[in-house]
Every structure is written in C-alpha cells, then in structure tokens.
Design a protein around this ligand. Structure first.
Ligand code: ZN
Length: 860
C-alpha cells in the first residue's frame, strides 16, 4: 500500500470503478425498504459554486448512509433548465438558448461527476428537453380539464420603448428596463393562472403532517397562505346602485370607518369620480401604473392617495364617507377595496394623519376613555364604544354579533379570506414550455390533443429583445388548423413559468425514461414521497408550495396516492467567504475582491486605504468565492466534503476557512497512515481473526472496544433525523486517536477498530474509505458493506461478572456495570440469550438477585 495519501489518484480510480460496477444505479429489489434522497436541482448557469457543493454533499452523505443501512436508495439529479438567463444570453451574444443551456449542463455535469456524488445518472432530467416538457404540458392540460387553469386579465411589466413585456428580474431596482433603460409601466394583459387558491385550506392544514420540516419553513408557508377570518361588508355608493365590497378581519371596528379606499385600477374608480376630480385622478393612476406591486405595498414607505370626490354610505351608521384611491390597495388582492379605520389600524392611522381624515375611536382598553386622543392606532381587542347597539361588548364577541347583524340586514357576509392568490403562470418569453392550447375563432380555447404533445419550441428564432415575445413573431409556428373544427387557428404564444417545471420533477425520477406516461403509477407511488429533500431556504415558499399544490392536483386526478411530496426537508445554510470591504466606500463599490488583496496588509487597490474583513455569502459581486475545483485540486474531494460537513451543522451558515480545510486534510492523512501501517504489518502478527472471546479481553482491549462502539453509537445517532454531521465527524476523530494510542496492533480488537473507522467514514469521505477498505482485503465496495451495529455490552464501564442461573444451574456469565441496581441486574439477566433459551415456554415464579454476584430464576 502507498505510504502517502494521493487523493487525486484514488478519487479518479474509484469514480471510474463505481461507474463500471453500476454502484449508483437505483436498485429495483422491492424486498428492501425504499429511501428517496433528493437535492433541489440546479439551474445550469455554467458553473457549480460552493453552495451547490454543500447542498449535494449533504444529500450524498445521507444517501450513502441509507444504502449501507439496508435501504434501496434513489438519488437522482437533473437540471432546472428553462428560464431567462439563457434568453438574455441569446439577446446579448446571439447564442441560441438551447445551445447555451446544453453547454452549461455538460460542463456542470462533468463537475458533479468529478465530485464523485453517488447519483444515478440514468435518471437525469432536463426541464428544457422535449421528453420532459411534454409532461409539463400534459400537467397543464390535466389542470385545464380539472378547471384549475384559466385566463384572466392581469398586470405585467411593459417596456414602452422596446414594446415588450418584461420579467420581474428584467426590471432594475429603479423600475427601469434592463435593456432599454425605459421606466417600466404596468399594463393589463390576458394571462394564464393556476387556481392554487382552491387548495389554500389543504395547503395550510397539511403543514401539520410535515413533522420532518423546519418550523420556520412551515410558518413562512402558513403566513404566505395567510388565512384570515372576517366578513365582506358592502358600502353603497351615494347616488348609484353600485356597492363597494371590502373584506375586513375587524368587523368589530365598522362604526369607526371614516373613508373607503379603492385600488386605482378598480373598475368603480372612474364611475365614482365626478368630472371635477377626473383630471387629478387620471394623473394619479398614471403615476401609480409605473410602480411595481412590491413598491406599492412596501413596508415603511409613505402611502400615497387622493380623494375621488365620490362618496359612500357606511350602512351601520348611515354616514356619508369619502371614497379615496391609494397606491397600497391592489386590485388583484381581495376585493380591490378596503375600509379605513384609522383609530384601530396602523396603516390607516398613518394615512388618515397625512390626509386629514377623521379618526374615530370605537374600541377602548378595559378602563380606557373614548375621548382620550390617540397617538397611535389601538389595534388590540377591547370594549366597544360609539358603536350603537353593540356598545359595551367585548370586541371579539362584538365581531361575531356584527357579522350576524350584517347578514341579517344584507350589509355583508361572513367570510374566510386567504392572502394566497392564484398562480400567474404565463410568460411572454421564448425559453419555456409552450402552453399547449390553440385559439380558434369558432371554438375558443382548444387544448392540444395529448397525442400531439409535446408542442415543440421552434428553433431558428430571432432574439432582438423588442416587440412581442419571439414565439408570437413566428408565423409558421403560430398558425395551425384548429384540432376541433380544422379551420385556421393560432397557437397560444405564452410559455409557462419555470416554477411549473420544477413543481413536479421529483415525480419523474422514479420512472424518468417512460415515453408513454409521466410516470408509471406503481413506480411513483412506490418511491414517493421523497424521504429527505435538501435545498436552500430561498425556496421555502414558492417552490415548495407549488410542488405541494401540483402533487395534490395530480392526486385528485387519480395519479398519486399521497398528499405531500416531501416527507423531510433540510434547508442548508449558506457558504460564506472571507470578504474584504473598504469602510469609507458605499454601495457595491465597497467590496474588494479577495484576489486583488494582499492578506497580510489588506488595502484598497485603488485608494490604498486599509480594508476591513467580514464573512459574507459567497458571490461574484463581492469577489469572495472559493472555486470548488481549486479546493479539489489542492486537497481532493474527500477533504472538501469532510470540511463542509464538519465546519457547521447543516442548517447553519458555514464560514469558509482554509486552516480548517487543511485540518481535515491532515486528519485524512492520519487515517491513511493508520491503515497503511496496519496493512504493512507482518502477516504473521496481523490479526485476521474476528473477535470471539470477549470475556478474556485485557483492560486495554476493553477500553478500545468501548471507544469503537461509542463511535458507532454516536455516529449512528447523529445521522438520525437532524443529521449532525459535524459531531459525527468529531467522533471519527476520537476513534482515530484511540486507535493511534493503542499499543497492541496485533489484537483482533485493533482490526475491529480499523475496519469500523473505515465503514463509519464511508458516507463522509467515500473515496478514501473505499481505497482503505480494499487495502484491508475486501473485494466488494465499502458502500455496499453493512453499517456497523453498536454492541452495547462493549460500552459498559467498570464491570463486574454476573452469574446467571436458571433453577440454581449456571447458564451464562456476563459483564455488567458495577453500579447496576437490583432491578437492572435482573434486566441484564433477562436479556441474556443463553438464559432465554432455558426460560422458553416456562413461567418465572421468582427471581433471586444477589447484588454483585448472581441472578437466579425460579421457573417452571
Ligand atoms: Zn375550431
């Protein structure tokens, strides 16, 4: 055996060998329990970064462990390959999106293979491949048939210079187009939606089933769904038949309403506006149209609004109140109108203060006074005042009474509302799955027949970044006969949001090459749900929510027989790098790339000012990244993995530290020498025998066995549930120290220790573990070896010898802790296999325990 650890050589060798042996292929043998380990698949941007490596290393360690624990493991990988960057590359550099994407995939796949992940590449998927997006389109048609897909008008980002719709990512922080620099406008267009709101209640309730998810992710999802219980109340417009519907969670404050606010886009806005106010209202609407939804609703931003001049009636008081429009009310959300209760809502309090609107107290704290001036809104429950017949009621009770009264009088209805809105899925872009419908002048919307799927993305497309989406400019693609009547018709030119592609990919891996179906029912229901999903917290809301929704939708179409796609979720922390910044500079300029800094005397290369150091998430803009390939070429894959897993618990941020990387490299070298020395020992002296007579072990041997089995116990426990890789690796270090210190290398216990350490290391440092395993004389892979079991007897400290008798006859002698109580002694005795044989079929009449000596069972 080589005396020196040569990571590059053994990693290459084993990656080739594993591939040839088909080690990473998914077993079909259903006698074993299944385990589906999944990393969130990457966008093929061109290069793997350290965040990817961390994510996939965590999943890989789990997959390898589970395989050794006797599971059949599915551990696949794919590419979330549609989306804007490919299209931008086409506009900027004239590279066709498919070419750009496929080149990136090829490069990144090579990087993943170099990292030796135990991925089943036969199941690779790419969402931009026709044999994948065929099924994305099929799901769309399933949802269309189920009434879960529909069209309605919605606001999009409009670039008035290039005359094109922009994605949110193409609008900069100042609201300008990334390309033309024009101020982006909001424009209403017909858009496709998925009716996720139909599943709001289920998506909320089923969070309770997800025991293996971080609480904070579940809370984020619940907040996003945002269930609130309240009422819709109607305010008649003065002088018209129209009524303004508002939803409120606080009907108990309705007597304090001093105005109502419409969304500027609300269809009632022009109707309620008298001529005298028309000019001002139109100007305001135009101004608001330039703001994004995010800007309009941003916390802390002043709310802008103007009176329309129209008036409404508060049906509870009969009072006339002014109708306003304001930027913070969105037409797409709720009824597109709100009631203003400044005394009991913080935002309304601010708005009323800025616009001199009346503030009327209708809830007071116990012992409070309705005439006390308010310096902030009182939002807590309390006692109702100035509320007619409801005066004196506690407000929670008043809320119910007011809802009942509103229903009785026809002023409104009880209602549950969700913050969740329907999912806008259509994009006016090229690089996505075409929405598979045809618009026929006679038949309307006609689904493309399943047999005609996929609707292919045409090639030879011109990308100018101007005008309608590239697909809409392709006449020979757009113009097709109607599948229903055969008359000339037009294809839908919108493509689907890439979040749809990623909302079902995990269903494809169980049967990735199926050409006839999205997946065979038996296979998908066998492998799903995913047992362990690993990915970034940035996907805590949308990706996970959409995946849960699509799963439920397909379940209701009879394809799936489970409710939730991901049993357990691990959201790994970020990878942070040493980051230099110039404290005298602001904005993006303050970050100074590490490459241009002398670490011994860090100075700004432009100004020569001294720099400060912090840790920040690795990014191009900060120039603080560490390239995975550099670490691999310096130390090898296994060192990188060990560092990543050891440096921080998986869900916490990880600070990249070269000294700690070096530390892991030294540890692997120590283990290498330990095994090399053992393998190099004289064949005569080296023990090949398995341990038999545990009772005759010396004290030193017992101590080493205790260290070995403590390591097994601790590592196995750390790898259950929360995956504490960092403490598991500490245990490996302790065991390696115990082995180094042990003097009698020819003892069978020493061999047991060396082999155990090799097995325990396999999930973390798979290549070196495999090499050592073979040097120890094994032909088969360490990754198919059985995970080691803890011998609890070996953990016992300060033992005594306990004689166990059945009917006065000695049947077994065991080692037990000296400190064991009488009850514990009896329990140890009952657990003895030898004794159990003699007790079989008999009834124990009496147990005699002589502490420190013996246990005797009287049984017949
Ligand atoms: Zn037709």
């Amino acid at each position: 055996m080589e005396s020196r650890y040569n990571a590059a050589a053994i990693e290459k060798k084993w990656q080739k060998e594993w591939d040839e042996r088909g080690l990473d292929k998914t077993p079909e043998d259903k006698t074993k329990p299944k385990f589906y380990a999944l990393s969130m698949f990457p966008y093929p941007s061109g290069n793997l970064h350290m965040g990817h490596v961390r994510n996939y290393t965590i999943t890989d360690a789990i997959a390898r462990l589970k395989r050794m624990q006797g599971y059949r493991v599915l551990h696949p990988m794919g590419w979330d390959a549609f989306g804007l960057p490919a299209e931008n590359a086409a506009i900027d550099r004239g590279v066709p999106p498919a070419q750009w994407t496929n080149q990136n995939i090829a490069h990144m796949k090579g990087q993943l293979q170099q990292l030796g992940f135990s991925l089943d590449w036969e199941r690779e998927v790419a969402t931009c491949a026709p044999d994948y997006y065929k099924w994305t389109q099929w799901i769309f048609l399933q949802f269309l048939e189920a009434g879960l897909a529909y069209q309605k008008e919605a606001a999009v980002n409009w670039d008035p210079i290039d005359q094109t719709v922009l994605a949110n990512e193409q609008v900069d922080s100042e609201g300008r187009s990334w390309r033309s620099g024009a101020i982006v406008e909001r424009k209403l267009l017909r858009q496709w939606f998925f009716k996720i709101t139909d599943y709001a209640e289920q998506l909320l309730n089923d969070l309770d089933k997800l025991d293996g998810w971080p609480d904070r992710v579940k809370t984020m999802q619940a907040n996003w769904i945002g269930k609130s219980v309240g009422a819709t109340l109607e305010f008649p417009v003065v002088g018209m038949d129209d009524k303004i519907g508002v939803f409120t969670t606080r009907p108990d404050t309705v007597y304090g309403v001093s105005y109502v606010v419409l969304a500027p886009e609300h269809p009632l806005t022009p109707k309620v506006t008298p001529k005298s106010q028309k000019q001002a209202v139109d100007a305001f609407i135009k101004e608001i149209a330039e703001e994004s939804e995010l800007e309009r609703t941003a916390e802390g931003k002043p709310k802008r609004g103007i009176p329309t001049g129209g008036k409404a009636i508060n049906p509870f008081t009969g009072e006339e109140i002014p109708i306003w429009i304001a930027d913070y009310v969105l037409y797409e959300y709720g009824t597109g109108a709100v009631m203003g209760v400044p005394a009991h809502d913080k935002r309304d309090f601010q708005f009323a203060g800025e616009n001199n609107l009346p503030i009327k107290t209708v809830i007071i704290p116990e012992g409070g006074d309705a005439n006390d001036p308010l310096d902030t809104a009182y939002v807590e429950p309390g006692i109702m005042v100035n509320s007619g017949q409801f005066d004196g009621l506690p407000s929670p009770e008043g809320k119910e009474k007011i809802i009942a009264y509103a229903e009785e009088k026809g002023y409104g209805k009880a209602r549950i509302q969700y913050r969740l809105r329907d999912w806008l899925i259509s994009r006016q872009r090229y690089w996505g799955a075409p929405i598979p419908v045809i618009h026929c002048p006679s038949c309307g919307i006609v689904p493309v027949p399943n047999a005609d799927l996929p609707v292919p993305l045409p090639e030879n497309v011109e990308f100018s970044g101007r005008g309608p989406s590239p697909l809409a400019q392709m006449d020979d693609w757009v113009n097709v006969p109607c599948p229903s009547c055969g008359e000339p018709a037009k294809r839908e030119t919108d493509t689907m949001d890439t979040f749809i592609d990623s909302s079902w990919y995990f269903l494809r891996y169980p049967d990735a090459q199926n050409e006839k179906e999205i997946c065979e029912k038996d296979k998908v229901n066998d492998w799903m749900p995913v047992d362990q999903y690993v990915g970034g917290i940035e996907h805590a809301i949308l990706h996970l929510l959409y995946s849960r929704f699509v799963t439920k939708g397909l379940r209701d179409r009879g394809l799936l027989d489970f409710d939730e796609p991901f049993q357990r979720l691990l959201t790994q922390g970020m990878v942070q790098g040493k980051t230099y910044f110039n404290p005298n500079k602001g904005g993006k300029d303050k970050w100074i790339p590490s490459a241009s800094v002398n670490p011994n005397d860090p100075r700004d290369p432009q100004t020569n000012e001294p720099l400060e150091l912090c840790y920040a998430t690795m990014s191009k803009s900060k120039g603080n990244g560490v390239a995975p390939e550099d670490v691999i070429s310096n130390y090898g894959v296994d060192t990188a993995r060990m560092f990543i897993l050891f440096k921080a618990p998986p869900e916490k941020d990880l600070e990249w530290d070269d000294a700690d990387v070096e530390g892991q490299f030294r540890f692997l070298n120590r283990v290498w020498r330990l095994v090399a020395d053992f393998v190099g020992m004289d064949a005569e002296k080296k023990s090949k025998k398995k341990l038999k007579d545990k009772a005759s072990l010396t004290k030193e041997e017992k101590n080493l066995r205790r260290a070995i089995h403590t390591a097994i116990k601790e590592v196995s426990e750390d790898m259950e549930g929360d995956y504490q890789f960092n403490t598991a690796i500490s245990e490996l270090m302790k065991l390696s120290n115990a082995l180094s210190d042990f003097p009698r290398k020819e003892s069978p216990v020493y061999r047991e220790g060396i082999e155990t350490l090799t097995i325990l290391m396999a999930p973390f440092a798979p290549h070196i573990a495999e090499e050592l395993w073979h040097e120890l004389g094994y032909e088969t892979s360490v990754h198919t070896a059985q995970w080691v079991k803890c011998d609890s007897e070996a953990l016992v400290v300060d033992e005594i010898t306990l004689v166990i008798q059945v009917m006065g006859k000695k049947r077994d002698v065991i080692q037990v802790p000296a400190s064991a109580s009488k009850a514990e002694l009896e329990q140890y005795a009952r657990e003895s296999e030898a004794v159990q044989k003699f007790l079989e079929g008999k009834e124990i009449k009496k147990v005699i325990v002589v502490p420190g000596k013996l246990v005797n069972f009287v049984a017949m």
